[in-house]
Design a protein around this ligand. Structure first.
Ligand code: HEM
Length: 359
C-alpha cells in the first residue's frame, strides 16, 4: 500500500512530502522541479478529490519521477512505485534495444562464421586414415559429467533464448498465445534447472581442470591457427582452442550462476548483497547489472558452444567417439594431440593395452 509520497529529481532529492492518508494527500513541500508547493487539506486532495487540489496528473507525474513514500515493507526502495532511473534499463532491454539486438546479431555472426568454416575448411578428416588401435581418452566419470552439463546447458540455453527473444522473434511467428505458453514453460525450466546447472558447471571445472592449464605449446597452436596454416601444431591432452572453451565455459558459467541466483531471489538475497556492495539495500541497480552480465555471459557461452558442438560432432572426424565410448583412434590422437599421444604411446597406445584415461 502506498500511503505517502516524496518526489525526487535526478541529482537533487526535492523533498516533496505528500502526507497522505487513505482518503487523500497533503503536500507540505515543493513538488516536482520548479512546481510551487501545493498545500491542500487532507481528505480533499487525492486522486478522487472533488474539492480541488492535486490533480491526478500531478500525483502520477510525481510517482513517474520516482516519488517514494511509506510502504508496508520496511526496505526504502519498496516505497518507490516507478524507478525513474530504470528507464535507461528499459531502453537497453526492450526488444529493439541494444541488448536483445546485439545478442541476435552476435549469434547470427557466429552461425555464419561456423557455416563459412564448414564450407571453406570442410570436415577435418583423419589424414592417415584409422590406425585401428583405440586409446583411452575419457573415463566414465568424465563422460557422465560432460553429458550431464551438456544436457543441462541445452535446457538452459533454449529456455533462456525463448525468454530473451520471445517478443521480437517468437510472437511474430507463433502469435501471443503460443508464445506465452512457451515463455512460461521456459521460465519454469530455467528457474528450476538454474541451480542444478550452477552445481554442474563447478563439477565440470573440477573434472576437466587437469590438462587445461596454459602451456608453452598453446602459443605455437595459436600461431598456426590451430592447423589452418602451417600444418598440424603440437598439442598436449587439450589444445589451446579447447582450453579457451574450458575457461570460457567456466567463467561464463560462474557469472551466469551468480547473476542467476541473485535474480532468482530479488527480494531477500539481492538487497542483502546490495547492502554489502554499496552499503544501501537498493537491489534494483544490482539486479540490472546482474541481468546485463547474465545476458552477455549467456550469449558468449552459447556462441562458443555452437563452435564446440560443430567441432565435436561433424567438424572433426573421430572426436565424438571419445566422448561416447571413451576411446579414440591412435591416428586421431597423433594428428590432433601428438604430445599426449606420445605420452600415451609410452604406456599403452600402439599395444592396445588399457591405460587409464587422465582424470
Ligand atoms: C551437445 C553438445 C556437445 C557436444 C556434441 C560435445 C562434444 C564434445 C567432444 C566430442 C569432446 C571431446 C573433445 C576431445 O576429445 O578433445 C568434448 C569435450 C569437452 N566438452 Fe563438450 N560437447 C557438447 C557440449 C558441451 C557443453 C555444453 C560444455 C560446457 C558447458 C562442454 C564442455 C566440454 C569440455 C570442458 C570438454 C573437454 C575439453 C576441454 O577441456 O575443452 N561440452 N565435447
Amino acid at each position: 500500500m502506498f500511503f505517502g509520497a516524496r518526489a525526487r529529481q535526478r541529482g537533487t532529492r526535492a523533498p516533496l512530502a505528500l502526507g497522505a492518508g487513505l482518503a487523500g494527500l497533503t503536500v507540505v513541500g515543493p513538488a516536482l522541479a520548479g512546481a510551487p508547493p501545493k498545500v491542500g487539506p487532507p481528505m480533499q486532495t487525492g486522486p478522487e478529490n472533488t474539492l480541488g487540489g492535486l490533480s491526478d496528473s500531478e500525483i502520477w507525474g510525481a510517482i513517474r519521477h520516482e516519488a517514494f513514500g511509506i510502504a508496508t515493507s520496511q526496505r526504502p526502495e519498496d516505497g518507490v512505485l516507478i524507478d525513474a532511473d530504470g528507464w535507461w534499463w528499459t531502453e537497453l532491454r526492450m526488444p529493439s534495444g541494444p541488448l536483445v539486438q546485439g545478442a541476435i546479431w552476435f549469434l547470427l555472426i557466429v552461425i555464419l562464421a561456423i557455416l563459412l568454416f564448414a564450407i571453406v575448411r570442410g570436415r577435418i578428416r583423419l589424414e592417415g586414415g584409422r590406425a585401428g588401435i583405440r586409446i583411452p581418452r575419457f573415463s566414465l566419470t568424465q563422460r557422465v559429467v560432460h553429458w550431464t552439463v551438456a544436457a543441462l546447458f541445452i535446457i538452459m540455453a533454449l529456455s533462456g533464448l525463448v525468454i530473451l527473444f520471445g517478443r521480437p522473434l517468437l510472437i511474430p511467428v507463433f502469435g501471443h498465445g503460443a508464445t506465452s505458453v512457451m515463455a512460461s514453460a521456459a521460465m519454469q525450466a530455467h528457474n528450476l534447472m538454474g541451480p542444478v546447472f550452477a552445481v554442474s558447471i563447478l563439477t565440470l571445472f573440477a573434472t576437466f581442470l587437469p590438462g587445461n592449464l596454459p602451456s608453452q605449446d598453446d602459443i605455437g597452436w595459436i600461431l598456426k591457427g590451430g592447423g589452418l596454416f602451417g600444418g598440424h601444431p603440437h598439442a598436449g591432452r587439450y589444445n589451446a582452442g579447447e582450453k579457451a572453451w574450458f575457461w570460457t565455459a567456466t567463467l561464463a558459467g560462474v557469472v551466469l550462476s551468480v547473476s542467476g541466483i541473485l535474480m532468482l531471489f530479488p527480494d531477500n538475497l539481492a538487497p542483502w548483497v546490495a547492502e554489502l556492495a554499496y552499503g544501501f539495500p537498493r537491489a534494483r541497480d544490482l539486479l540490472h547489472l546482474a541481468e546485463i552480465g547474465h545476458v552477455v555471459a549467456a550469449v558468449i557461452m552459447i556462441g562458443f558452444a555452437l563452435g564446440h558442438i560443430y567441432l565435436g560432432t561433424y567438424g572433426n572426424e573421430g572426436a565424438f567417439e571419445g566422448m561416447v565410448d571413451g576411446t579414440v583412434d591412435l591416428n586421431w590422437a597423433r594428428e590432433h594431440h601428438d604430445l599426449w599421444a606420445g605420452e600415451m604411446s609410452g604406456g599403452s597406445a600402439g599395444t592396445g593395452a588399457a591405460a587409464e584415461p587422465a582424470e
